[in-house]
Each structure stands twice: as structure tokens, then as C-alpha cells.
Design a protein around this ligand. Structure first.
Ligand code: HPA
Length: 243
């Protein structure tokens, strides 16, 4: 059984923290999922790059249900996910890490549930704490040990993408209480909750969001900041697994 999984977001594609890496494919009712599995700190760990190993799957076309179903089938009980995000909060600067604890859902065309009536029935999961407090605590401890500064709270606004936002949208999200904007945490966090998997996200701020940043946004800028901080996020994940 594999109990821990890492879902790597933009810029986190490298499964090489694991030993004895193998590539596997698992069939689910929603399609098959390729992932890496290996060992770190004596623990079996699955690694799933959310956008594919070559960043070929855009946020709105990720097969979120297949991914979470596959991890559940493997026996995964804990998922640490990474996400690249834009910041609407001046205090959360490019290069900063944020342990998000709430989200606002502005996605439009995604199936966000395993429960569509029929045989599986109708289920309304509780999202009072959308991210697992136990795992958030572990990641926070790991950051402390590594002397990595991390914001302990943050409201993640999930947009449909794949386009970036307009400055007017960013202004609206800020008024609604959002701190960060990204394109992938919903429905991932919701499906993990439905699957009863303890799920937490470490967001890495790659840019100030549209209109806050004076220049136009590019995906290159996002990748550049991610690359500059890849070592930190890798260490944070490794330490969290050790704990
Ligand atoms: N907006 C949406 N998603 C993102 C951004 C952004 O500014 N940066 C990284 N992912």
C-alpha cells in the first residue's frame, strides 16, 4: 500500500526525491492514470505531476477525478499538493510559500464530485476545514525545522483558466477576501475530501496577480520563479514526509 502522495503542480515535475522509482498506470472509472512510485525515508510514496510530466495538460482539462480515484485505490491517506499561484496580497510576495486554509471557487466547467446520484447517491461533504489540519500542521513544522518562512493562512481563489485574470477580476477577488489565485485546487481538494484523503496544499507565489503587477503576466515568469525556488519546495516536501 502507498499511503503518501505528492501531487506536483507547475514547476514540480521531478520525482527524483524518491528511490527505486517506477512508473505505473492504474485504471479508474474515469480513465487511466500514470504516476511514479518509490521510497523516501522508508515510506512508499506516489508522485503525480498534475499537468503531466511535460506540462501538457491545462488546468481545465486535468482529469481530477481519475487522479484522486487512482490515489485512493493505491491506499493513499495523505496528499501534499503544490500549486503555483498569483498573489493579490502584497504581504505574500513572489517566492513566498503559503499553507492555504480556505478557498473561493470560481471554476465554471468542471465536474467537482464523485457523487452524481444513481448508485453512488447524493452526498454533501463538509468543507468547514477544506484542507487537512493535521497535514497542514506537519508541513508547518517541516518549514520551521528548515527555517523556511511560510504564511500559515491564505484564501485560494480558483479560476477556470487557462487564461490569466483581468485586473477587474483580481480587484473583485481581493474584496471578497482572496489572497491568492490559481487554477487547480478546485476540484482537487473537494474530491480528496469526498475520497476521505487528508489533503493539504503548499502554494508558491510566482507573481503578483494581474493589475497588482504592472507588467503583463506570462507563463514564463511563473516558471522562472518556480525554478528559482524548486529546491526549497522539494526540501519542504521531503521534510514533511520524514515527519
Ligand atoms: N493567476 C492564475 N493562476 C496562476 C497565476 C495567476 O496570476 N500565477 C500562477 N498561477
Amino acid at each position: 500500500m502507498i499511503k503518501i502522495a505528492i501531487i506536483g503542480g507547475t514547476g514540480v515535475y521531478d520525482p527524483n526525491i524518491l528511490k527505486n522509482i517506477r512508473t505505473e498506470e492504474l485504471a479508474t472509472p474515469y480513465g487511466s492514470v500514470r504516476f511514479n512510485a518509490g521510497v523516501y525515508a522508508g515510506k512508499e510514496v506516489a508522485f503525480l505531476p498534475r499537468h503531466g510530466s511535460k506540462h501538457s495538460i491545462p488546468p481545465h482539462l486535468i482529469n481530477y477525478r481519475a487522479n484522486i480515484w487512482a490515489l485512493k485505490k493505491l491506499g493513499v491517506e495523505h496528499i501534499i499538493a503544490t500549486t503555483a499561484v498569483g498573489s493579490l496580497n502584497i504581504a505574500m510576495k513572489p517566492g513566498d510559500f503559503v499553507l492555504v486554509d480556505q478557498f473561493l471557487d470560481f471554476t465554471k466547467g468542471r465536474v467537482s464530485t464523485f457523487y452524481e446520484g444513481g448508485e453512488r447517491g447524493v452526498v454533501h461533504v463538509d468543507l468547514t476545514a477544506p484542507y487537512c489540519p493535521v497535514l497542514r500542521n506537519t508541513v508547518s513544522k517541516a518549514a520551521g525545522i528548515l527555517d523556511l518562512s511560510i504564511h500559515e493562512h491564505g484564501v485560494y481563489v480558483c479560476t477556470e483558466g487557462p487564461r490569466f485574470e483581468t485586473p477587474a477580476e483580481i480587484k473583485m477577488f481581493a474584496r471578497l477576501g482572496g489572497d491568492l489565485v490559481g487554477m487547480t485546487n478546485v476540484p482537487e481538494a473537494v474530491l480528496a475530501r469526498e475520497a476521505e484523503i487528508c489533503y493539504s496544499t503548499v502554494s508558491m507565489v510566482t507573481n503578483y496577480a494581474a493589475g497588482i503587477s504592472e507588467q503583463a503576466l506570462t507563463h514564463g515568469e511563473v516558471l522562472e520563479t518556480m525554478a528559482a525556488n524548486a529546491e526549497h519546495i522539494k526540501k519542504l516536501i521531503m521534510k514533511s514526509i520524514e515527519l
